[in-house]
Design a protein around this ligand. Structure first.
Ligand code: IVH
Length: 696
C-alpha cells in the first residue's frame, strides 16, 4: 500500500561527506526537540542513498556515518541502558512485508506461526525502571546504548503509574506522547505563556519531556510496548517474561496498571499468517485518522519467545520485528503565497498557499497560518521551504521555514494595511487582527447566515434585501430585523404589501425557533450546527450559556481548552445583540430541556430521560452518508442530524473508530468503504427510520 521512497543519489566523495553531515544534523535536531531540517521521507531517502554509496565505496565509509546506528548516531546520554534500545528495520508495502517474513523464516529454518501486529507509536521511546513496584527512573533512548535521565517527568505522564500492582523489579519500554487533547491543552498553555504554540504533538512531547524548568506542566501519556527483566534477574517472574509470548507479556503489563494500546481500536493482535498480518495492517492504517494519538507505522513481531531468541539482532535492530511504514504526516514543501480573508466575525486570517504535497493520504494545498504575529515569530518568507503537518482530521498547519534551504530569492510576506474585505482600518491591538467594523464588516454574510435554513430560517430574506436594509440604516445586525416595522418595510424600494407581510410572518416564526438555532445564528466562532445543539442541550437557556465561564464551557462535549475561552469571549462581545434578541421575545430556551440544562441534572438519577439515558441512540456516534430515502427522504442532512440528537445520539460528519453506526443511502461512497473496513455497523435509511421512528 505504500511505495518505497526513491533514494537520494550521491555522486562523489564530497557529496557523500555532505550527505552524512546533513543526516547527522537532521537526526540530532529530531531527537533533541523534534524539529528537523528534513522530513521523515527525505531523511529515509538520504540514509538509503548513503547506504547505496557505501556499498559501492567501502573504502570511503566515514566512521560517523549514520548507517547501521540507532537514532542515526545522533544523541548520547549519560545513563547506560541495561539492554540496548534498538531501532526497527522498515518495510514499505505488502510485497516487502512478505519478502521480510520469508527471509526470516529461511533464517529460522521453520515457519513462524504467530505474529503480533501493533501500532508503531509516534512519540519518544522511554525506558521506565521499576524497583519493587516503584517507578525509580525514566531514561530516553539516546543513542540506544545510553540515554538521558528524564526522571523529573515522573508524575506528569499518564499511564505510567508510580506503583505497579505487584512489587516487581522490571524495566518497561514504550513511547511517551501527547494525545490530541493533551496537545491542544499544551498549545493553549504555551500560547498563554509566551504567545507561541508547539509545531506538532511529537515535538510538544519531546520538548515537554526534556525541559526541566518550565513554568507550566504539560500532561502526556505513556503507551507500553514491551517489558524486560533486569539482565541479572533470575527470579521466577524474569524467567516467565523471557519465555512468554509477546502478547502475554503485554497482557501482564496492562494488568500491572500500565497503559498499553489494548483498549484502543488499534490494539495489538496475534495472527497466524503474513496475509492476516497484512489485513490487520490495513485495518490499523484505516483507523489512523480517528485515533487520539499519532502512529507512523505498524510493527509486526514474532509473538513466540523462541522465534525471537532464534532470530536475534543485527547491530541496529531486532530481526524478529519490522516496521511497516505509513505515509508521512509531516513534509517539506514551498510556500507559494499568502491569502488574507476577513471572516464573518471580522477576523482577518492569513492562509498559506502551498505547492501541493501529499500528507497522510490527501493532497494539501492550503494550510493554516494563525496570525500576523505568528508569521513574524516563525520568520516565514514567500518562496520558503516550509514544514507542513497534517494528521487525521486535523487542519493542515505550516510549522516552520527550513532556513538552510533558502536560495536568497525569498521575499517578505505582504501584510495587509487595510481590511481585505471592506478596505476600512484594521484593529491590531490583539494578536488576532480584526476589521474595525468587527462583525459589521461582513454584515451581509453574517445576517444571511443567521437567516439561513438551518438557523432562523427566515424565508424571503435575500442578500440584496439585507443590503438594502443595511444601506438605508434600518438594521445593523440580525437582531434589528425583529424591530423593523411594516411601514419601514413598505418604504423600501421594490417592496410590496405581500412581500412585506410574508417577511413579517417569517420573522414572527423565527422568534419561536429553539435556542439551538438562535445560538447557531449568532455565528460564534467554532460553533456550527451540531455544536450549537450540544451547547443548547447542555445549558438549556441563553441565560445559562451566558453565565458559563471557560471551565463550565469545557464541560460541553467537543469543546476543549482552546475553544472554550473563545466562545466565552465571543458571547461577551455579542452581549448587545443578544440583549436585543431577548427584548424582541426571541426564544431563549430549548424544548424538552430544563432551563438550567442537562448539565444541572448530571448528578441526579431522576433525570435519566432528559439526560438521554435510555434513548435509542444514547452514547452512539452516528454518521449519515449518501441519499436519504423512505421516511427520511424529505429531510435535509441537518434535519437528519437533529433527529439523531433527539434520539440521544451524536451526529458526526466523518467516519472514525469512534463511529458507532453509519446510515448509508444510495450512492454512499468512501465513508461506506471506510466504515466497512473498520467493521462499523451499517444500516439503510429505512432501517434507521424504524429505529428512531418515535422521534421523527
Ligand atoms: S518494539 C528492539 N514496538 O520505534 C526494538 N517499538 O523505530 C523493539 N516503537 O525504538 C521495539 N512503537 O521506540 C516496538 N509497538 C512498538 C513500537 C515501537 C513505537 C518505536 C520504538 C523503537 C522505534 C524504532
Amino acid at each position: 500500500m505504500t511505495d518505497a521512497p526513491p533514494i537520494t543519489v550521491i555522486a562523489d566523495e564530497t557529496a557523500y561527506a555532505e550527505a552524512v553531515q546533513l543526516a547527522l544534523d537532521a537526526s540530532a535536531a529530531y531527537y533533541a526537540d523534534g524539529t528537523s531540517a528534513l522530513d521523515d521521507d527525505a531523511y529515509d531517502r538520504l540514509v538509503r542513498g548513503i547506504e547505496a554509496y557505501e556499498r559501492d565505496h567501502a573504502d570511503q565509509v566515514l566512521s560517523q556515518s549514520p548507517t547501521g546506528k540507532v537514532a542515526g548516531g545522533a544523541v548520547v546520554g549519560d545513563v547506560p541502558h541495561l539492554v540496548p534500545m534498538l531501532s526497527l528495520d522498515n518495510v514499505f508495502g505488502a510485497d516487502q512485508l512478505l519478502d521480510w517474513a520469508a527471509s526470516l523464516e529461511r533464517r529460522l529454518g521453520r515457519p513462524v506461526t504467530a505474529w503480533t501486529v501493533e501500532p508503531k507509536l509516534d512519540g519518544l521511546a522511554i525506558s521506565a525502571r521499576y524497583r519493587r513496584g516503584r517507578l525509580v527512573q525514566l531514561v530516553t533512548r539516546g543513542d540506544g546504548v545510553s540515554g538521558e535521565d528524564v526522571s523529573h517527568a515522573i508524575g506528569t505522564v499518564l499511564g505510567l503509574p508510580d506503583r505497579l500492582a505487584d512489587l516487581v523489579t522490571i524495566e518497561l519500554r514504550g513511547e511517551v506522547m501527547m494525545t490530541t487533547a493533551q496537545f491542544e491543552a499544551a498549545c493553549a498553555k504555551r500560547q498563554a505563556h509566551d504567545g507561541t504554540t508547539f509545531a506538532n504533538p511529537r515535538s510538544a512531547a519531546a520538548g515537554s519531556l526534556r525541559t526541566r524548568e518550565r513554568p507550566y506542566v504539560c500532561e502526556q501519556t505513556f503507551f507500553g510496548y514491551g517489558a524486560l527483566p533486569y539482565p541479572d534477574d533470575d527470579s521466577e517472574l524474569a524467567a516467565g517474561l523471557r519465555a512468554w509470548p509477546h502478547s502475554e507479556v503485554m497482557a501482564w503489563v496492562a494488568a500491572q496498571g500500565v497503559r498499553t494500546t489494548a483498549d484502543t481500536p488499534v490494539a495489538g493482535r496475534v495472527v497466524t499468517t503474513v496475509a492476516e498480518a497484512q489485513t490487520r495492517v490495513e485495518e490499523i492504517a484505516a483507523a489512523r485518522p480517528g485515533l487520539e494519538f499519532g502512529i507512523d507505522g505498524i510493527v509486526i513481531k514474532c509473538d513466540q519467545a523462541a522465534d525471537q531468541v532464534d532470530a536475534g539482532f543485527s547491530s541496529r535492530a531486532p530481526r524478529w520485528a519490522v516496521a511497516y511504514k505509513l505515509p508521512a504526516t509531516e513534509k517539506i514543501t514551498k510556500l507559494v503565497s499568502v491569502e488574507w480573508n476577513t471572516g464573518r466575525t471580522g477576523v482577518i486570517a492569513p492562509r498559506a498557499v502551498l505547492e501541493p504535497v501529499e500528507l497522510d493520504g490527501s493532497i494539501v494545498t492550503y494550510a493554516t497560518l494563525h496570525n500576523v504575529a505568528d508569521i513574524g515569530r516563525r520568520g516565514l518568507m514567500l518562496g520558503d521551504s516550509v514544514t507542513v503537518y497534517k494528521a487525521g482530521d486535523v487542519i493542515p498547519r505550516v510549522e516552520a521555514p527550513v532556513v538552510h534551504l533558502r536560495t536568497g530569492d525569498e521575499r517578505p510576506i505582504p501584510i495587509p494595511q487595510v481590511c481585505p474585505s471592506c478596505g476600512d482600518a484594521i484593529d491590531t491591538s490583539q494578536e488576532r487582527w480584526r476589521c474595525v467594523r468587527g462583525r459589521g464588516c461582513r454584515a451581509i454574510a453574517s445576517i444571511s447566515y443567521a437567516a439561513g435554513r438551518d438557523q432562523l430560517d427566515i424565508e424571503g430574506l435575500a442578500e440584496n434585501r439585507i443590503k438594502q436594509m443595511l444601506d438605508t440604516g434600518l438594521i445593523t445586525d440580525f437582531a434589528d430585523l425583529f424591530y423593523v416595522t411594516r411601514a419601514q418595510l413598505l418604504g423600501l424600494e421594490r417592496m410590496g404589501e405581500t412581500s412585506t407581510d410574508n417577511l413579517l410572518a417569517a420573522l414572527d416564526r423565527a422568534k419561536t425557533q429553539p435556542l439551538n438555532r438562535v445560538f447557531c445564528a449568532l455565528g460564534v466562532r467554532g460553533t456550527g450546527r451540531s455544536m450549537s445543539r450540544r451547547i443548547a442541550r447542555h445549558f438549556g437557556s441563553m441565560a445559562a450559556i451566558r453565565a458559563a465561564d471557560a471551565a463550565a464551557m469545557q464541560e460541553v462535549d467537543g469543546i476543549g481548552p482552546e475553544k472554550a475561552p473563545i466562545v466565552v469571549a465571543e458571547l461577551a462581545e455579542l452581549a448587545g445583540l443578544i440583549d436585543k434578541l431577548v427584548a424582541a421575545s426571541v426564544t431563549m430556551t430549548e424544548p424538552g430541556i430544563p432551563e438550567a440544562g442537562l448539565a444541572s441534572l448530571a448528578a441526579t438519577s431522576s433525570a435519566s430521560a432528559a439526560s438521554g439515558e435510555g434513548l435509542p441512540l444514547t452514547g452512539m456516534s452516528v454518521v449519515v452518508t449518501g441519499a436519504m430515502s423512505g421516511p427520511l427522504e424529505a429531510l435535509s442532512r441537518n434535519e437528519v442530524n437533529a433527529l439523531i440528537e433527539r434520539a440521544g445520539g451524536r451526529a458526526s460528519s466523518s467516519v472514525s473508530t469512534k463511529t458507532s453506526l453509519l446510515v448509508a443511502g444510495e450512492k454512499a461512497g468512501s465513508k461506506r468503504s471506510k466504515a466497512e473496513s473498520l467493521g462499523i455497523h451499517i444500516v439503510t435509511p429505512e432501517e434507521f427510520a424504524t429505529q428512531v421512528s418515535a422521534f421523527l
